[in-house]
Design a protein around this ligand. Sequence first.
Ligand SMILES: C[S@@+](CC[C@H](N)C(=O)[O-])C[C@H]1O[C@@H](n2cnc3c(N)ncnc32)[C@H](O)[C@@H]1O
Length: 312
Amino acid sequence: MRDPGLLGYGNPAALQKETRESGFFIKNIDNIFYNITLSFMESIHKIYYQNSNNLSNIESNSVDLIVTSPPYPMIEMWDNIFSIQNSSIKDALNNHHEQQAFEKMHQELDKTWNELFRVLKDGAFACINIGDATRTINKKFQLFSNHSRILTYCLKSGFTSLPLILWRKQTNAPNKFMGSGMLPANAYVTLEHEYILILRKGSNRIFKNDDEKKLRKESSFFWEERNNWFSDVWHFKGTKQRLNNKNTRKRSGAFPFELAYRLINMFSIKGDIILDPFLGTGTTTLASITSGRNSIGIEINDIALVAIPEAK
Ligand SMILES: C[S@@+](CC[C@H](N)C(=O)[O-])C[C@H]1O[C@@H](n2cnc3c(N)ncnc32)[C@H](O)[C@@H]1O
């Protein structure tokens, strides 16, 4: 059994105790697929180790909200995970066919976007955190606009686009400026923001019965939260990027708890099912637990999840 330290993050001791008593189960279904179910204050949290390009284990029209951040195409730390899924990506990178590599990486992600559209309920939201990439290939420095590629594809798949959020994560690192130093004209603007794309399947969500209407009321946010959260620029730093355990000493690409917590509270109500198809260290699961929502997480790499207690 894995360390239930997952629950230690940001939860009062009493709730941790209650959760430990209610159980934290890990069931080895076969060699490559694990299913974790955690019952916590009437919410259920499932984690599947699998590729999110096929979510046939999730029913169509069953999910209330998606909060996620995929591996970023053309950011070097994700080259390997894309190349494992399609070996021609590695060839394209090795042969300096950067546009081909960029497109093939996105074609892998497109399969997940299709699945997300299928499993979402009508009127439900998908929030996708994504950053653009800059990279020098064959001595040519250039921008790879991940956010526009994903947005274009999702619109083609049937999603409706809504006003998006710029997550400004300013850095004071002395080496942040790239290019020709103080000399024009080959100096480059520093990328200090990421995007949170906000998409919806269909139009306004309908709250059908008295129970749903009551839960919606119980999920309302404060006036200050409304003012901060619904602004189109969010300012907070990126989260700790390295996992501590020496066996898993690698970057996690985790987003801050606050980011997932806000999105969940803005676009879902208590008791809803939240899906993260690129779960990583489990931030979306933690924010769902804290917010009284149920969750499903999908992650291809069990090392990422083993690290949940240490990453938080
Ligand atoms: C940017 S990280 C997500 C980090 C996460 N938001 C967190 O807070 O820890 C992307 C994650 O997606 C996983 N991943 C990449 N390709 C995948 C796929 N096809 N199916 C499922 N998970 C995948 C990676 O292993 C990585 O953990």
